[in-house]
Design a binder for this molecule. Structure first.
Ligand code: NAP
Length: 298
């Protein structure tokens, strides 16, 4: 951990493991862009810090003391950090997890920018407005929770969620119903997904499972068997590998599709906007993301 002067600001992503995170490339490219118009950002920098779960509670006050003012959190910290925050943003409260911390005098405030990142990604890559679409979310973990809460808050026509383990699915549906009692929200087991769900018009299928992270992983659903509607779009939150089995199948079916790099970019953009109070360039972040992907491919 570094130590920063009063004119400097430390930013970091904390996780375990963390060495493959490309977040520093995105943020440092966007900080370079901010510096071109505002010298206040000359002393800002973003780095990766490898932090095991048990060390996080002790490290958070120390980071603040050393001049860190913004933190991103990834596995395994997004939920475990909650008792150590002084405040939590209402959207993050519904999601039950945070990925962004901002230091205010006396404590860390938690936000979750994954839902924002997903929304901006879908609207950008598919040229749609989220509120006019229905979504089928595959998975019921942290990323699925953020995606579902955002889709419900934005008024998607229908939000369907499917997951391998029934308990986790039931808990998520029950939590979401408490916050969005009027919404059309449905849950289905992954191994018994009714075919009619896939024929909903203007449907976006979002993979929020970790199935696809390993190159040999099969797709979480069989697109050819399920006969999706022609307007269906496929968004895989996974960006490394850039082409999962699900995306390969979507390509074979000539479907509109995208990997999760755009979500990574837009969630990062929102974090930097929270910390800086400035509008952040998506172009610079995409440029940083491309550099990062090239670097980890080496
Ligand atoms: P998580 O909380 O651990 O949830 C994992 C989910 O994957 C659970 O729903 C789990 O189902 C499901 N799953 C795992 N193995 C499976 C298998 N073999 N078959 C079917 N389902 C399986 O993880 P997370 O934080 O939500 O992340 C989920 C994915 O989103 C990851 O790939 C992550 O890299 C990606 N992500 C991307 C971004 C981005 O910016 N692009 C941001 C956040 C996350 P069970 O409940 O049955 O175990």
């Amino acid at each position: 951990m570094k130590s920063f002067s009063a004119e400097e600001v430390g930013l970091a992503v904390l996780g375990w493991p963390i060495k493959h995170s490309i977040s520093p490339y995105l943020h440092n490219e966007a900080l370079d862009e901010l510096r071109r118009s505002d010298s206040r950002f000359n002393g800002w920098s973003y780095e990766r810090l490898e932090v095991p779960a048990e060390e996080l509670p002790f490290l958070l006050p120390q980071l603040a003391q050393n001049g860190y003012r913004g933190i991103n959190l990834t596995i395994p910290h997004k939920v475990e950090v909650l008792p150590h925050l002084s405040e939590i943003d209402p959207e993050a409260e519904i999601m039950g997890a945070v990925n962004t911390l901002q230091w205010f005098e006396g404590g860390w405030k938690g936000y979750n920018t994954d839902g924002y990142g997903l929304q901006r990604a879908l609207e950008t890559v598919f040229d749609i407005e989220l509120q006019n679409c229905s979504v089928l979310i595959l998975g019921a973990g942290g990323a699925a929770r953020a995606a579902a809460a955002r889709c419900l808050a934005k008024g998607c026509t229908q939000v369907c969620i499917t997951n391998r383990s029934a308990d986790r699915l039931a808990a998520l549906i029950s939590d979401l119903r408490a916050h969005f009692p009027e919404s059309d929200l449905r849950g289905f087991p992954l191994d018994d997904l009714p075919k009619q769900v896939l024929n909903i018009s203007n449907l976006i299928v979002i993979n929020a499972t970790s199935l696809g992270l390993q190159p040999e992983d099969p797709p979480p659903i069989d697109l050819s068997f399920l006969k999706l509607g022609s307007e269906t779009r496929i968004y895989d939150m996974i960006y490394n590998p850039p082409q999962t089995a699900l995306l390969k199948d979507a390509k074979a079916e000539e479907m509109n599709r995208s990997n999760g790099l755009s979500m990574l970019v837009f969630q990062a953009l929102r974090s930097l906007e929270i910390w800086s109070g400035r509008e952040v360039s998506a172009e610079a972040m995409f440029e940083g993301a491309k550099k990062g992907m090239r670097e980890i491919a080496l």
